[in-house]
Design a protein around this ligand. Structure first.
Ligand SMILES: Cc1cc2nc3c(=O)[nH]c(=O)nc-3n(C[C@H](O)[C@H](O)[C@H](O)COP(=O)(O)OP(=O)(O)OC[C@H]3O[C@@H](n4cnc5c(N)ncnc54)[C@H](O)[C@@H]3O)c2cc1C
Length: 389
């Protein structure tokens, strides 16, 4: 193989890398290359539950989720590809202890233009299918426009649209090294070749630190295993289902195909390479139990397997979107802590803007800066450091 030169290189073909490549082409970059070592959406993205909601504790995450929902819900019109969006409505349930935080977040969302309301459990029950038990719930945040989508379809959709606009995707080539000269990125190396570019965007998911360590700038990333339990519910008793997050219970659920419900539950520290990709029968039993408490139809539901995936988490459960300190032209998006799918359009756009102009114009990404951990300036959340953020 010969050595090549490109305008921008993106490393990683998950939803974040493909969104970045797409937005690079939209910003007029005609010679961007994405390098993926396995297959598009073969990492975290292909294991996502792909829930879209915008209830967050901070302006930057709320805005990124709102933008992501708008793009993904209108994927065919915006990107020209199917994204599998299903509008279910979203209910976020909290106990008394978290009620004030919920109201604060709803007010933040409303100020930013999000269609959301804080409602009582009685009002929520009227909006939900008959028979929901909201025992222990003090307040509910309702987002009628939220739902879920198809994370693999969105990833390949971004990739297809980027290819049509002149982007190139190379699959099956692990990047082994970042090439740096005099404090500037100059390209990447694979086993076969050196590929040159003066801007590189790193979207390597759980493997991001393998490359960051080679330039002496690792992030404080850890991994937790998150389980997705698949249940089959009796459709005659519960034909439709909204998407729900149960903060006191620490789980979320959403419908999938006609009688299938996905329950996303439990985060345990995990080894990145050897973690169990299946689900634990004990966790499936817990999922059945908590779901049956919320709706009696789940007492007769069947367990139909599931899968586990990794959240790549930072100390404050918020991502890093920034230029890597000490390496001009090297940008990173990592540590999505279980929120990345819904935010991928906003993050891809921000990373593309950074690569093109040196800074993100569409969002103020400064709260998500690389150095905040060293500065002890972690992002705070109404629900503590957790996936609810
Ligand atoms: C079980 C589960 C449920 C989730 N549910 C939700 C949800 O409901 N809503 C939501 O918004 N988010 C959710 N998430 C989070 C979301 O899926 C992730 O944040 C998002 O998919 C991360 O995308 P990514 O592109 O950063 O990483 P990845 O998808 O992991 O992509 C990284 C890619 O980089 C490639 N790569 C790595 N190193 C190299 C290298 N050296 N050379 C070449 N290629 C390389 C990998 O092969 C991989 O394809 C969930 C995650 C999990 C695991």
């Amino acid at each position: 193989m010969t050595n090549q030169t490109h305008d921008v290189i993106v490393v990683g073909g998950g939803v974040m890398g493909c969104a970045t490549l797409y937005y690079l082409t939209q910003l007029g970059v005609t010679d961007a290359l994405l390098i993926e070592r396995e297959g598009l959406a073969s990492g975290t993205t292909g294991r996502s539950a792909a829930i879209l909601r915008s209830h967050y504790s901070n302006e930057v995450t709320t805005l990124m989720s709102m933008y992501g929902r708008d793009v993904i819900a209108n994927f065919e019109d915006v990107v020209g590809e199917p994204g599998g969006f299903v509008k279910t409505g979203y209910f976020f349930l909290v106990s008394e202890e978290r009620a004030e935080g919920l109201r604060k977040n709803v007010a933040l969302g409303q100020r930013l233009g999000l269609h959301t309301e804080a409602i009582s459990p009685d009002t929520a029950r009227e909006l939900m299918p008959d028979g929901f038990d909201l025992d222990g719930v003090a307040t509910v945040a309702h987002e009628p426009e939220s739902g879920y989508a198809d994370s693999s379809a969105v990833t390949t959709g971004f990739a297809n649209a980027a290819r049509r606009a002149g982007g190139t995707i190379s699959i099956g080539h692990p990047v082994s090294e970042l090439l740096v000269e005099g404090g500037k990125i100059v390209g990447v190396a694979t086993a076969d070749e050196r590929i040159y570019a003066d801007r590189v965007v790193l979207c390597g998911g759980p493997w991001t630190n393998d490359l960051l360590m080679t330039v002496g700038a690792p992030l404080p990333l850890e991994f937790v295993r998150h389980q997705v339990i698949v249940l089959r519910r009796p459709l005659d008793r519960l034909p439709t289902l909204p998407t729900v997050a149960d903060e006191p219970g620490g789980y979320s659920f959403r419908p999938d195909s006609s009688d299938t419900t996905l329950v996303t539950i439990k985060e345990d520290p995990a080894d990145r390479e050897t973690y169990n990709r299946n689900v634990d029968s004990s966790v499936a039993a817990t999922a059945l139990e908590v779901m049956a408490k919320r709706h009696a139809a789940f007492a007769d539901a069947g367990w139909d397997g599931g899968w586990s995936g990794l959240f790549t988490i930072t100390p404050d459960w918020h991502p890093v979107i920034d230029e890597v300190p000490g390496v001009d032209g090297l940008f990173v998006g990592a540590g999505f802590s279980g929120h990345g799918f819904k935010m991928s359009p906003a993050i891809g756009r921000a990373l593309a803007e950074m690569a093109v102009d040196g800074a993100s114009h569409s969002i103020d990404a400064s709260p998500l800066r690389f150095t905040r951990f060293a500065e002890d300036d972690l992002i705070q959340s109404s629900y503590g450091a957790s996936v609810f953020a």
